[in-house]
Design a protein around this ligand. Structure first.
Ligand code: UDX
Length: 448
């Protein structure tokens, strides 16, 4: 089928590429000229495992093209995806200006029937607003082409986006049009082979499904962070508790890892947006408000511990920091816990020596040159001359460090682990103090 995708961010680029890979004829449109020029030259703007070879292969096969020309994009696709950003507005609501601008652009160039497929995460009711925007422009043009607006939310995880997109666990299609449903079933047939993953529903329910999924996962995380706080105070080990509850299939092992709070481009934004939507209906979403409050508090945990360890005297201290990305296998630093931690450390007068396997370039882009940030080439280089270590992202490469060397390099022999990577007893044997999440802290003075 002929498909156009507006927006070449995580969602649009991955979805467009994976659709091309099964044989659809795809054009991706973006207003960012540098990005499109790069993509045409085979430069992939994001770090996403498996994406680069797939883009190159499908580009070479002529099934995947990139352009800034919206008219060309609209002329091409019988199905047109909207996959542009919905950043949070100042009040936490999702800002729809990009989505509505694309809707108007499509209407401006439409020359026949089209199916608009909304992939962006948008508040309930957006499909109606998209349809209204299209109708308005068509009216201005004095033309009347039939069109449908379908809600088809994405559920892909950064770091595993290609795999998630190739093997979706469900394909939600929100539409009241049997013809649009049939077109989307045809589009997704290659992904729907072994058992039926397609869940068809009305448009508003599809829009809410996306928020409900993310809010449920965010709730699991905040719940577990709350239990971690309790475990610390009660002398229990949250890692044991996690295994104990995860074994119940009704609870499951996923998304019950305590840590530094959820980050990334989706959960913080979507929880805020859902709170905003709820309030707009005069409903107070008590649970979501608590989920968000717990998350805000959790993001401060590591800083508070480091600050307490140094008795509030952080000026001149050098903190080694492992992990800048908001989670492993991505270079994305949006809402990353590393940022809140570094910014709090800097405000308190400390310096940071950070290492991340892939997000160093992104860190330079975000922070530029500053005297209180050193981007160290290796995890070990980050430890050299540092007073203590803070672990922020659970990259595989941090899991089995040389503890003897770590104890030798860290002046205060103290590790603040926001991801519970290590067995506390092992660090104790190396004379390292260890503070992790939801487990009693170990004091180096008592161990050496
Ligand atoms: C999420 C959803 O998983 C995905 O379905 C949706 O389409 C987009 O948002 P993503 O933002 O890529 O995907 O990250 P995800 O792997 O879900 O992690 C989100 C955050 O939760 C990260 O900050 C992660 O560190 C944190 N997290 C996750 C925990 O703190 N504990 C856990 O047990 C799981």
């Amino acid at each position: 089928m002929k498909v156009s995708v507006f927006g070449t961010g995580y969602v649009g680029l991955v979805q467009g590429t994976v659709l091309a890979d099964v044989g659809h004829d795809v054009i991706c449109i973006d207003i960012d000229e540098a990005k499109v020029a790069g993509l045409k030259a085979g430069e992939i703007p994001i770090h996403e495992p498996g994406l680069a070879p797939l883009v190159l292969e499908n580009q070479a096969a002529g099934r995947l093209r990139f352009t800034t020309n919206a008219a060309e994009g609209v002329a091409h696709g019988e199905l047109i995806f909207l996959a542009v950003g919905t950043p949070p507005d100042e009040d936490g609501s999702a800002d729809l200006k990009h989505v509505l601008a694309v809707a108007r652009t499509i209407a401006r160039y439409m020359d026949g029937p089209r199916t608009l497929v909304n992939k962006s995460t948008v508040p309930v009711g957006t499909a109606d607003r998209v349809a209204a925007a299209v109708r308005e422009v068509l009216q201005e043009r004095g033309v009347d082409y039939p069109f449908d607006v379908v809600s088809n939310p994405e559920f892909l995880k950064e770091g595993a986006a290609v795999a998630d997109c190739k093997r979706p666990d469900r394909i939600v299609i929100g539409t009241d049009s049997p013809a649009a449903e049939a077109r989307l079933r045809e589009l997704y047939a290659p992904f729907n082979r072994n058992h039926d993953k397609i869940v068809v529903m009305d448009i508003r329910s599809a829009e809410l499904t996306k928020y409900a999924a993310n809010a449920m996962l965010a709730t699991k995380i905040s719940f577990m962070n709350e239990i971690a706080n309790l475990a610390e105070r009660l002398g229990a080990d949250v890692e044991a508790v996690r295994r104990g509850i995860g074994s119940d299939p009704r609870i499951g092992y996923h998304f019950i890892y305590p840590g530094l709070g959820y980050g990334g481009s989706c959960f913080p934004k979507d929880v805020k947006a859902l709170i905003h939507t709820a309030r707009s209906t005069d409903f107070s979403p008590e649970l979501l408000l608590a989920v968000e409050r717990r998350n805000e508090a959790q993001r401060r945990v590591l800083f508070d511990r480091i600050n307490a360890f140094y008795g509030g005297e952080l000026k001149g201290k050098v903190v080694a920091l492992w992990g800048l990305a908001f989670k492993p296998n991505t270079d994305d630093m949006r809402e990353a816990p590393s940022r809140s931690l570094m910014e709090a450390l800097w405000a308190a007068g400390a310096r940071v020596q950070a290492h991340d396997p892939v997000a160093m370039q992104e860190a330079s882009r975000v922070y530029g040159e500053r005297s209180d940030l050193v981007l160290a080439a290796t995890p070990t280089a980050a430890l050299e001359g540092a007073d203590c270590l803070a672990i922020v992202t659970e990259w595989q490469t941090f899991r089995v460090p040389d503890f003897a060397q770590m104890a030798h390099l860290l002046k205060d022999r103290m590790v603040f682990d926001g991801r519970n990577l290590y067995d506390p007893a092992l660090l104790a044997r190396h004379g390292l103090g260890y503070s992790s999440i939801g487990r009693a802290a170990q004091d180096p003075a008592q161990q050496v």
